[in-house]
Structure formats: C-alpha cells, structure tokens
Ligand binder design. Structure first.
Ligand code: ARG
Length: 575
C-alpha cells in the first residue's frame, strides 16, 4: 500500500510506470534510528532507470523532483537526503494500514506484496535431503533437509507450485555388498524391529569383512550384477530394503514437519542412464579412454571447463550419469520452470559438471537449474556418540530441551511437555543452522543451540508463546476496533516500521535462497517485542490504549508465526 502510493507519486512526476519504482523503494531498518523517514529511494536508481537524464546535476534534479512530489495524508513528508529521497508516512496511517493488512491477509501477509507482482511464478522442483540407504544420515543430510524445506516453503508462500523431491541413494555397488551382507549376517526379525539400524549394522559388518575376504567382493559384484539384470530374488530383497527405509524416513521427517511429493532415487534412472550414454556418444560428446571408461571432455569449453567420467569400463553408469538421466526425466514428468538441488558444498563441482553436460546436450532449460551449497557442521554428537540417524538428533534435542524446560522457572504446566520440547528443540536446530551464510561451516554445540537467551530458536518460540499468553489473558477479539493514533510511542513505531520490511526480507531470501535474512528479521522482531512488553504494557493501561496495544502485539504475533512457518518451525502457543 505504501510502496504503491509512493510509486504512483513518482510515476506521475516522472512519467514511468509505477512498477519501475516499486522494487527500488526500501523500508528503513529500525536500527538506523531514523525517525524522519520510513522509505527511501536512491538517486542512483533514478539514474539507472532513466528517470534522470545525466549524472552531473543530480542534486538539482532531485530537488526539483521533490518539489513536484506532493505530500498527502499518507505520505506526510518528502525530503532530500544524502543520495536518497526520504518518505515519511503519517504515524496514524502507518499503524492503521499495517495492522489492518496483517489482520486481513493472515498468513498471506507480506507474500502478496506488490514486490512480488513482477515475480515469475511457476513450478519449482526442489530436491533435498536425499540420504543413502544403509549409510549414515549425517549432519549434512539434516542440513539439506531443513534448508530444502525452507526453500520449498518460501517458494510456495509466494505462490509457486512446488514439488518436493527426495532423491535416495538407492543404487550402486553398495547394494551388492548389502545384499551379500544380509544373506550372511542379516535377520528379517531385526530388520522388522529397527530397520535403519539393522541395515546400517549389516553394511558396516560387510564392509569390514570385505577388507580381508576377497570372496565377499566377488559375491557382492555378482549380487549387484543380478540387481542390474533385474533378477527377481535379488531385486525383491533390495526392494524390501528400500521400502522399509522409506517408511522409517517418512516417520522421522514427520517429526520435522517435512514431507515429500516423491521419493525418487538413483535406481529409477539406471536404465535411462544407458540411453544418456548413447546420446552422448552420438553427439560426439563422449570419448572412450584406453582403459575403456567413457569421459566427457569439456576442458576447452569456454565458460565451464571440466573433464568428467560418465561410464565405467564395464559399461555401467555412475552417479553423474544417473543424475543426467534423472534431470531429463524430471523435466519431462513435471515440466518445471526451475529446479533447485540442495547438497553440501563438496558437490559443487559435481553440479557444475552436471549442468555443463546437460547444456552441451542441448537442454537449454538447464539455465534454470540451481545448486544451493552449504557448509559442514562439525561436532554434532549425541550421547550415543557420532550421529548415525536423524532420529538420534531429534531425540537428543527433545531430551535436552525437556530438561532445560523443567529447570526453568518460567515453564508452564503443559499438556504434552514432550511434544513442546520436541518442537522447541527442532526450532533451535533450525535457527542455529540458518543464522549465517549457508556455505559457512560451523561448530555444533548443544548448549549454545538450546540457550533460552540470545538469538536462538528457543527465544523465538518463547516470544511467540508469550504473545499467545498475552492474547489468552486479555482476550479481545481480532475484529475489535482500535484507535491507531494511540500507537505513537517509539516502541510502537519501531515495531510497525520493522513489520513494514517483512516483504523486502522475503524478497531478498527469494533472490539468494539464504534463510539468514528472515532469521535476522525475526530475531529483531522478537527483541522489539521484548522491549515493548516492558514499555507498552497492556495490563493496567486505559482501556482504549490497552486495546490498541493488544492489536499491535497481535499483528506482531501473526508475522512472527508466519515467518517461523516459512523457516520450517511450528510455533508453540505455550511453553
Ligand atoms: N545421496 C547423495 C548424498 O548423500 C545426495 C544426492 C544429491 N542429489 C543429486 N541429484 N545428486 O551425498
């Protein structure tokens, strides 16, 4: 609303479309302590979009422009700043419009902003989590899971049609080993009781055994050959492993609030990978080396140069070959407008090669594929030691959180403390992970992660619960009329100005797919709310003022909850 208003003034004065100005207008962060302005437009942007003719006399041009922009009852003041034009919104209108908008839009607040109107909406395929059956579900997979979920949530929030895909590591020689290991060491009984643990144990055992026993290798190769030929017995055992693993994953993902539209996997594409090899050959992109391996040599290509092995000497496919086949198959099946892969940064080279080969094969749509890399987490341990399964991390977070809650004086009597501890613990993991740039590595420390003070997920949850409690206590329904002119204190204005930036922050996250912008925004919001709890009491204030403040807190609570949900956090109402 405010952006529109200012853009329309600019459009009238300069003759360009309103859209030209919408995304160049920035709401001013509260930390700047600038009370005289709410939005600013840089003079540079006017030069860039051709509103100003030359760079010489921008000062004169700016002053002349500001003369022509007439203040009204929405935009009260328009002034020239250093390289910017400042716009100040009427305080009463600011409170009235923001709170009205939050109230009317509910969970759509901010995501329906005019900032997003020029955004191309379409179908986004996000591939994330993608663990390897029978292997460890390490911290990297946890990161991929929560980051991918965040990206999917964000894209969905602004109106994209999102496909969430899990691409399981469910093919390759390790399944030859696993099959043989199971035949010698496995038990269907144990598999039923704790499938992931048992498969992992078998896998560890067989690998160890294979070190000293050549026969295991031979048998494993034979088992995998049978799998590739589709022999019924081997295939049905493999299928069983896959099915029970997926069931287990699903159960644990549910605890995280994550779901997938498709559990695909490398196995889906092993036969298509043969077709890919043929195409590469026909197009002259693949050469066979002396050893008989197939390589794509793009080392002299202009933008991307690499040398990539795509075929083993026995003619079988590799990880990258299956990825090429998978990408093509997905494009055919889902006709996505963009595809995003979320993995740790050690696979950056892999994705460069993947995109390079797809482009060389003539798949122009590869331009809309993107890899989102993230850094390593060091030292994520549970009481059992090194992390092997996702579930262990979630259990550990829950147990520790529950203990902290029991020790805390502020903890309420809860119906289901375990459930609350789980939700709060998970939000702590997520916030810790999302605070910095995703590519950075970080050291994991349970105590730091689960702190109630400082910028943690616990603090976000605590603030949300406190707002909910305020609303429970003072009732007052969301429809209640209030007088916005009573929200003039510094604390109120600061909070309102901050809420004004929500759409910008989402917009930024959408551009670089980094959650830190949203996390920082929510942290600042929580700090402002904490101050407001002290300086803007509801209890004991005159009725009209109490009503207005309650609406302000209600608005803040809605935005906080919306933001948390996009991050993948379920807000708790009591803790
Ligand atoms: N399963 C792989 C791993 O655990 C990740 C898969 C990433 N996705 C892909 N399309 N290659 O490292």
């Amino acid at each position: 609303f405010f952006r529109r208003n200012i853009a329309s003034k600019l459009s009238n004065a300069l003759g360009q479309s309103e859209e030209t100005f919408i995304s160049s207008l920035f709401a001013i962060p509260v930390s700047k302590k600038q009370q005289s302005s709410d939005f600013r437009l840089s003079v540079n942007s006017l030069l860039q979009n051709g509103s100003f003719s030359s760079a010489d006399d921008t000062q004169t041009q700016t002053e002349a422009l500001v003369q022509r922009l007439k203040p009204d009852n929405v935009v009260e003041e328009i002034s020239v700043g250093c390289g910017v034009i400042n716009f100040k919104i009427s305080r009463t209108v600011l409170a009235e419009k923001i709170l009205e908008k939050i109230h009317n839009d509910g969970h759509l607040f901010g995501v329906r902003s005019e900032l997003f109107s020029s955004l191309q909406k379409g179908r986004t395929l996000v591939e994330f989590s993608s663990p390897n059956i029978a292997k460890k579900f390490h911290a990297g997979h946890l990161r991929s899971t929560i980051i991918g979920n965040f990206i999917a949530n964000l894209k969905e929030a602004v109106g994209n049609d999102v496909i969430r895909m899990n691409y399981l590591g469910d093919w390759g020689m390790q399944f030859g080993l696993l099959g043989v290991g199971f035949q010698r060491f496995g038990s269907l009984e144990k598999l039923k009781v704790n499938p992931l643990q048992h498969l992992f144990d078998v896998y560890v055992w067989v690998n160890k055994e294979a070190e000293s026993n050549e026969c295991i290798w031979l048998a494993a190769r034979e088992f995998f050959r049978q799998l590739e030929q589709g022999e019924a017995q081997a295939l049905s055992l493999w299928q069983h492993f896959r099915e029970i693993s997926v069931e287990e994953y699903q159960r644990v993902y549910k605890r995280l609030g994550v779901h997938f539209d498709e559990y695909s996997g490398e196995s889906f594409h092993q036969s298509q990978a043969q077709g890919v090899l043929q195409q590469l050959q026909q197009r002259g992109l693949m050469k066979t080396t002396e050893k008989g391996t197939g390589v794509v040599d793009l080392s002299s290509a202009k933008n991307m140069s690499f040398y990539s092995t795509v075929m083993r000497s026995d003619g079988t496919s590799l990880y990258i070959t299956r990825d090429i086949a998978a990408a093509i198959a997905r494009k055919e099946k889902y006709a996505f407008d963009e595809m995003i892969y979320v993995t740790d940064k050690s696979q950056e080279g892999h994705f460069q090669q993947l995109f390079g080969i797809l482009l060389a094969m003539g798949h122009e749509w590869t331009q809309s594929c993107r890899h989102v890399p993230f850094g390593l987490v060091q030292g994520m341990k549970t009481r059992q030691g090194e992390v092997v399964f996702l579930e262990d991390v979630l259990d550990e977070a829950r147990t520790r959180m529950l203990r902290n809650m029991k020790e805390s004086r502020t903890t309420k009597e809860l119906e289901d403390p375990e459930d609350t501890a789980e939700k709060v613990g998970i939000s702590a993991l997520i916030v810790q992970d999302f605070k910095g740039p995703l590519v950075s590595d970080y050291k994991f420390n349970w105590d730091k992660v689960l702190q109630a003070q400082g910028d943690t997920g616990v603090f976000l949850q605590y603030t949300h619960a406190r707002l909910c409690s305020l609303m429970r206590m003072h009732g007052g329904d969301a429809e209640a009329a209030f007088d916005p002119s009573l929200l003039q204190e510094l604390g109120s204005i600061a909070m309102l100005k901050h809420l004004l930036r929500y759409d910008e922050v989402l917009h930024r996250s959408l551009q670089d797919l980094q959650p830190k912008h949203l996390v920082n925004f929510l942290m600042t919001l929580c700090h402002l709310i904490a101050t407001a709890h002290r300086t803007l009491p509801v209890k004991g204030s005159p009725a009209a003022q109490a009503r207005a403040r309650l609406q302000l807190f209600r608005g803040a609570c809605t935005v906080l909850a919306n933001g948390m949900r996009i991050l993948g956090i379920t807000p708790v109402e009591m803790m």
